[in-house]
Design a protein around this ligand. Structure first.
Ligand code: ADP
Ligand code: MG
Length: 262
């Protein structure tokens, strides 16, 4: 779906690379998590994919097509992003205005805008809040509306950059379970960026970043079990892995499996 070839970028000439010649494919229909501690280059990668940073070295392919000045606008319409801070993403006075706002530039018929807004709000279980004021919602509800805004654009890739990091545990669970459903029902390609290893359980593939490089890649189980990689990358070994190590045979388990075993 997206393929990065030898992507490099530094914010200032005298500084080290924020991204140091990275090559990686993101496969269609997969949920890929990108993990890494603060400053490892995750958001810079997102900014390059989204075109917020444009002076990168290297090549981006979208559906096999090289991204160029001529096609970048239309190719990037396949991507939609949800950012970290739920309060910085609202422009509409009501939830439904907000979701519809992003559609206004697409030149759609009003009836199509209404249809897409309802569809997207329904997908994130927020249709009943359509006439509520966004700023009065809980953090988890706000991020679900932000996800609806992204989905209304009918993207092929949904990118979330630390989208749950400002939420309480309940809000985090709300957002993650919506993503699981989207991934299962719609086959949405998801790029999920986080520094929190407890959030990657549902992903198909995990990429570990450190110091602007990709330092590891594998299934959730492979990454959870590679304690050396996690420690080297300054990432906290998940609590489930510690418990399994201390009390059981150290094998990989999701939270639910661990609860069952215990
Ligand atoms: N706007 C910026 N100006 C200068 N340096 C930046 C800027 N944004 C990020 N950096 C630097 O680039 C590196 C990667 O940052 P970032 O991509 O934000 O990492 P992450 O999202 O993994 O925390 C860090 O060293 C960070 O200090
Ligand atoms: Mg970041």
């Amino acid at each position: 779906m997206i393929s990065l070839k030898d992507i490099a970028f530094k914010y200032r000439a005298e500084e080290a690379y924020a991204l140091d010649h990275i090559s990686i494919p993101f496969n269609a229909g997969e949920w890929t998590s990108i993990i890494g501690h603060n400053g490892s280059g995750k958001s810079t990668l997102v900014k390059i994919i989204m075109g917020i940073v444009e002076e990168y070295e290297g090549e981006i392919y979208v559906d096999g097509e090289l991204l160029t000045d001529e096609n970048k606008q239309s190719l990037r319409r396949k991507f939609a992003i949800v950012f970290q801070n739920p309060d910085n993403q609202f422009v509409g006075a009501t939830v439904e205005d907000d979701v519809a706002f992003g559609l206004e530039n697409l030149g759609l018929e009003r009836s199509e805008m209404i249809k897409r807004t309802e569809y997207a709000l329904d997908l994130v279980n927020m249709l009943e809040f359509r006439s509520h004021e966004p700023h009065r919602l809980s953090g988890g509800q706000k991020q679900r509306v932000a996800i609806a805004g992204a989905l209304a654009m009918q993207p092929e890739v949904l990118i979330l950059d630390e989208a749950t990091s400002m939420l309480d545990p309940a809000g985090r669970t709300e957002v993650l379970s919506i993503l699981c459903r989207l991934h299962e029902q719609l086959d949405t390609t998801i790029l999920y960026i986080t520094h929190d290893l407890t959030e990657i359980e549902r992903s198909d593939r995990v990429i570990v970043m450190n110091g602007g490089n990709i330092v590891g890649e594998g299934s959730v189980e492979e990454v959870y079990r590679d304690k050396e990689l996690l420690e080297k990358s300054n990432l906290k070994v998940p609590y489930t892995a510690e418990i399994s190590d201390a009390l059981l045979d150290g094998s990989y388990m999701t939270h639910d499996e661990l609860v069952m075993r215990l």
